[in-house]
Design a protein around this ligand. Structure first.
Ligand code: RB5
Length: 156
């Protein structure tokens, strides 16, 4: 697979280990930056990774920030992106198997390098099951997304 990898300065300390893991697992890294520990804005990198997936330039994504929170919130604003923070290996594979998660988000200030590598490895190995109940639930998620795009949900 082609894996879009993006991070802010908070996620940058994990970046090279994740690049090495993705490549060692036989996948291609689509590098979306950032390339240093200089302060940047995490939504910019969530958008870059989301665009790669939507354009077909990448199959899945990995996003890294300090906590994993900001970058997952930003990524989930992009229709078609299903991003989850996964700081345990069960969620890292189950999120793909049940929920068709296409982006994993990690907090580099929360997980160490060795756990991060195991999390991304579990994410990369997992496949959506296509079981009826999971497809039904995914379709409900996609329907919420469609309705939001049509302007159904208004905040007072
Ligand atoms: C950057 O300092 C930090 O706020 C960011 O990496 C992330 O943790 C936000 O959720």
């Amino acid at each position: 697979m082609r894996i879009a990898l993006g991070c802010d300065h908070g996620g940058f300390p994990l970046k090279q280990r994740i690049v090495a893991l993705v490549q060692a697992a036989g996948h291609e890294v689509v590098d979306c930056g950032t390339d240093s520990a200089c302060s940047v804005d995490y939504p910019d990198y969530a958008l870059k990774v989301g665009e790669k997936i939507l354009s077909g330039a990448a199959d899945r994504g990995v996003l890294l920030c300090g906590s994993g929170v900001g970058i997952s919130v930003a990524a989930n604003k992009i229709p078609g992106i299903r991003a989850g923070i996964c700081h345990d290996t069960y969620s890292a594979h189950q999120g793909v198997e049940h929920d068709d998660m296409n982006v994993i988000c990690l907090g580099a200030r929360i997980v160490g390098e060795e756990l991060a590598v195991e999390l991304v490895a579990a994410f990369l190995k997992a496949q959506f099951t296509h079981e009826e109940r999971h497809v039904r639930r995914l379709n409900k998620v996609l329907e919420i997304e469609r309705e939001a795009l049509e302007g159904k949900f208004k905040r007072n």
